[in-house]
Design a protein around this ligand. Structure first.
Ligand code: UDP
Length: 344
């Protein structure tokens, strides 16, 4: 039997690339799109090394309908789409809000239109726990309301979910699962694939590993005076491979038993809240490396505390996180060391 083709936008990015590996492992045929605006081509080599498969890849921008049309025409029958291609940094979105709205909203609109033109009806959308804003209570389940987004990035994810929900209501054939990620960290355990920001990292763990590798002078922890036990923000750090595997479970469900409603959404986290400072200390413990860090001012746009109640994903997708944050930090460091050819 021919394996099912899944289009993966942003497939050369951090989450997309790890998901491509898991799609291959589960017998799917991923078709990758990326424009390398925020990703590095070498991740594609990593996928090939891990899987031993030749990749089907198109370079282009998801806001470009003509480009998307060309890919859909060339590929013929696609069973579904996973849409990872988007900007993802809270801090950057505060600085460049229009760029975030322009890219994240327009790419989704173009993609859904082109999917419909080609009768492709199954979509997995990369959403985020930022849709909940600053939640009233933690852990956060899927019934928590969307509070005002703390950043333009979070607002784009709220808007995209609204667009998808409306599109599904108007179209009986369209089926969408939004996966609300908490904080994906770590790397593939082979150290062949990991997070590779194209310039100065915005996210915590690549900043930690680059500081440990002496590429950055010092990690600044953004805010030590929050209303949390140690004063730093609390997050739910989930191993990237766990997150990638959840996508396979979600597409299995969409293409298999289906979803009860045309639109479904799941929190993807471990269910454990860890502070930024705790994570930094775990990194030092797990790796034994020295890390230059200090507590600095708060960063605009940050939610103070959030972690997931992942029960819905467990019950309906038969998925739960298997790795710990320590595993993820060990793997992130192994990846950084391999990348920089370090022997420490
Ligand atoms: N963070 C930090 N220093 C950094 C980068 C991030 O203290 O150099 C903090 C950030 O303020 C937040 C947490 O780490 O509390 C996670 O941030 P990240 O950008 O990785 O993910 P987010 O939660 O914003 O999606």
């Amino acid at each position: 039997m021919k394996s099912k083709k899944i289009l993966v936008t942003g497939g050369a990015g951090y989450i997309g690339a790890h998901t491509v590996v898991e799609l291959f492992a589960s017998g799917y045929s991923p078709v990758i799109i990326d424009n390398f605006s925020k990703s590095d081509r070498t991740l594609l080599d990593g996928i090939e090394k891990i899987t031993g498969k030749a990749l089907t890849f198109y370079e282009g921008d998801c806001t470009d309908r003509q480009f998307l049309n060309g890919v859909f025409e060339k590929e013929g029958k696609l069973e579904g789409v996973m849409h990872f291609a988007a900007y993802k940094s809270v801090g950057e979105s505060v600085e460049f809000p229009i760029m975030y709205y322009q890219n994240n909203i327009n790419s989704l609109l173009a993609l859904v239109e082109v999917m419909k033109e080609h009768q492709v009806n199954n979509l997995i959308f990369s959403s985020s726990c930022t849709v909940y804003g600053e939640p009233d209570s933690i852990p956060v389940d899927e019934y928590a309301p969307f509070k005002k987004a703390e950043s333009p990035y979070g607002a784009t994810k709220q808007m995209c979910e609204q667009i998808l929900e409306d599109a599904v209501r108007a179209d009986i054939d369209l089926k969408v699962i939004s996966l609300r990620y908490f904080n994906p960290i770590g790397a593939h355990p082979s150290a062949m694939l990991g997070e590779l920001p194209i310039d100065k990292p915005n996210n915590l763990v690549p900043y930690i590993t680059q500081t440990a590798a002496s590429i950055r002078e010092k990690l600044v922890i953004f805010g030590g005076d929050y209303d949390t036990p140690d004063g730093t923000c609390i997050r739910d750090f989930i191993h990237i491979v766990d997150l990638a595997q959840a996508h396979v479970k979600a597409i299995d469900k969409l293409l298999g038993e289906g979803i009860s409603d045309g639109y479904q959404y799941y929190n993807l986290g471990t269910g454990q809240g860890i502070s930024v400072l705790q994570l930094v200390k775990e990194f030092i413990e797990v790796t034994g490396v020295k890390l230059n860090y200090e507590i600095g001012p708060r960063r605009a746009g940050d939610v103070v505390k959030t972690y997931a109640n992942p029960t819905k994903a467990k019950n309906e997708l038969n998925w739960s996180a298997q790795y710990t944050s320590r595993d993820a930090l060990r793997d992130a460091w192994a990846w950084e060391k391999r990348l920089r050819r370090l022997n420490t």
